[in-house]
Design a protein around this ligand. Sequence first.
Ligand code: MV4
Length: 446
Amino acid sequence: MFSRVLVANRGEIALRIIRACRELGIESVCVYSEADRGAPYLDLADEAICIGPGPSKESYLNISRIIAAAEVANVDAIHPGYGFLSERAEFAQVCRDCKIEFIGPSPEAMAKLGDKVACKNAAKEAGVPIFPGSPGAIEDEEEACAIAVKIGYPVIIKAAAGGGGRGMRVCHNEMALRTNLRNASQEALNAFGNGAVFIEKFLEHARHVEVQCLGDKHGGAIHLFERDCSMQRRHQKVIEEAPGPHIEAKKRDAVCEAAARLIRSANYSGAATVEFLMDKDQNFYMLEVNTRVQVEHPVTELITGVDIVKEMIRVSAGEKLSLKQADVKTNGHAIECRINAEDPDRNFMPSPGKITRYEPPGGPGVRLDSHVVTGYTVPTNYDSMIGKLLVHAPTRQEAITRMERALREFKVEPIKTTIGLHRRLMADSGFVQGGVDIHYLERLLK
Ligand code: MV4
């Protein structure tokens, strides 16, 4: 096992990794930027190293500075968390070249599953359902038009290197397809350094269902069941829950087994999430694979009892997964509300600043993953999530009631937060019924 791990992230996920290291008896060294200097979570690490100014490019995204910190601190491994460098195959490769273990997949597995065209091919090979579409990157416009006629409009153009909805275009007819293709490739090249685009059948009303998977370096791969993340705005998830409401047992088994198959076929080690869209008949189609730990991983931890971050660290050190598929059981229902320093009444404008009143909720079945304390100042440089409030209860209805109660206890002043929006959503008939689609929240907010 490792003796020392570098935490190459900030905020709540840095704290989550520091906690996992402590419980494993591993020393943690956390990097920080000047904007995060003095943040209280840094005191919980064994060491903290400043790696540069506030802007991410000069600190959390700066590979040489992070490697320099790792060398100085003499760590065995680096945990990248989510965002920042977590899905950069180039970074995983630099770690390998420097003989530092990257806590995540190999650069090869990351590159393969991170490229949407390559990932779709791998999925097809593994018998995982995908949307019908172009067999690979679009080479010419006429070819794309022929495929669109074959699969039927509407179609969607996506960038092979895109993610989280960036670089997508829906086309309802041939004229729109021709126009959009011309721009899409150039835009993808500018945004991602890779101009490859592909098309597939566009599904109008769908739910976002994703499957948490884990793999080890001995060919072991399991799933930890699914999460429903349909409640989102502008591709930012707002609420996540597990199990997915109203998913039939047969469909659940099928989607979860498909995801585990894909991960196994890629010889994947570490945590991965396979994303799917699910239609109203519960047919599912793979979208993409996230090759990192995700923000919403605690939802799965609550219903399975598996510590995903500890498993990531153990498998990275060469251990086998601590459990087999048959050992994975779910218990009850979990919901996560993302608490952002944003003003829902002002188009979710960021609301950074000093928090002078902070009263976290507690009591039975409540988990709060947050790095915030009274007196903490939310910096302006980073994303606005200040914590994740989770509840666990025997049933979905009890989980909703518990979340309402926890949100009522939660006081954060004077900055604006999404706590009030979540209280509204816990009482919303669509949410309470369960199974809303991916456009539900944006319709509700109009
Ligand atoms: C789609 C789709 C409909 N049909 N693909 C958005 C993010 C990226 N992961 C894929 N996305 C979508 N791909 C086909 N063939 C609709 C979306 C989509 C979406 C997906 C998941 C969660 C929220 C979404 C919001 C708008 C569009």
